[in-house]
Design a protein around this ligand. Structure first.
Ligand code: AMP
Length: 283
């Protein structure tokens, strides 16, 4: 497994692979890798000749009062996991390499980056889109892999790939969960024992939403939201940021769930902000 730290070397490796006719899959991550990330790497390995995993905690996507400095970092463990899966290249540049002195160009996602998580994290998705676009330009992957765990992120990436004509196929992989239903996340490491137990409320609320729509045939989004909010309120350590039921293609809010909808939520458990979602389809 080759570890690459500079953009110049990454470009050389990628050019070499392309010259050899090898198809590349890219898995962008911020490290502190868990089974959710590894599921993306496995999928990339299955579908491509070469798998490139990037590890980069992107300062542009953190707000001034967010956890950039304390975000979990564990490079040794990450490299061991990736070498176990036989990833071909790990691209792990320094922040100065990605954003040199004088850097000032950002992708502006507009309204789609200002709803859901974007409402409480202004600028976050512009930072995500910018760094992912940079990775696409550096690696030029035929396919790129993202988790449904960050559902809004997948919609945004698919949109800028379309809008700006990037030549990569965006593949969205299912959410990997702990046995009790909590979606795996690097930020779960922040939770103490009590908070960890309380965090299952996100998945419980989504399951309730799904049941109301599927089994109880409720199609009124506001009714579904109300019952989910009532359930979350019963958990004393949980503080709701938002629940929204949206069109999975453009994130517009839906009043009635007729075909498919995404139920997205963010909840603070103690000081840790967690997100989760579920896609429901009317049968
Ligand atoms: P992150 O390191 O949090 O930026 O995540 C890197 C990629 O892994 C993103 O595409 C995430 O959506 C994906 N990911 C994170 N957690 C999970 C999970 N529990 N299941 C599936 N994919 C995930």
């Amino acid at each position: 497994m080759r570890i690459v730290k500079t953009i110049k070397e990454m470009r050389e490796v990628s050019r070499w692979y392309r010259g050899e006719g090898k198809v590349m899959g890219l898995v962008p991550t911020m490290g502190a890798l868990h089974d959710g990330h590894l599921s993306l790497v496995r999928r990339a390995k299955e579908q491509n000749d070469r798998t490139i995993v990037s590890i980069f905690v992107n300062p542009e996507q953190f707000g001034p009062s967010e956890d950039f400095n304390t975000y979990p970092r564990d490079t040794d463990a990450d490299l061991e996991k990736l070498s176990g899966l036989q990833a071909d290249v790990v691209f792990m540049p320094e922040a100065r390499e990605v954003y040199p002195e004088g850097f000032s160009t950002l992708i502006e996602m507009g309204g789609i980056g200002q709803v859901l998580c974007g409402a409480s994290r202004p600028g976050h998705f512009n930072g995500v889109a910018t760094v992912v676009a940079k990775l696409f330009n550096i690696v030029i992957p035929r396919r790129s892999y993202f988790g449904q765990k960050d559902f809004q992120q997948t919609v945004i990436i698919q949109k800028f790939v379309r809008d700006l004509n990037f030549d990569t196929e965006v593949i969205v992989c299912p959410i990997v969960r702990e046995p009790d239903g909590l979606a795996m996340s690097s930020r779960n490491a922040y939770l103490n024992e009590e908070e960890r137990k309380a965090a299952v409320i996100l998945h419980k609320a989504l399951q309730l939403g799904e049941e109301l729509i599927h089994s109880r045939r409720i199609d009124d989004a506001s009714k579904v939201k109300k019952e989910m909010i009532a359930l979350i309120k019963k958990e004393p350590l949980a503080k709701l940021d938002y629940i929204d039921i949206v069109d999975p293609h453009n994130l517009d809010p839906v009043k009635r769930v007729i075909f498919a909808a995404a139920i997205c939520l963010a909840v603070n458990i103690g000081k840790t902000r967690l997100i989760d979602n579920i896609i429901v389809e009317r049968r």
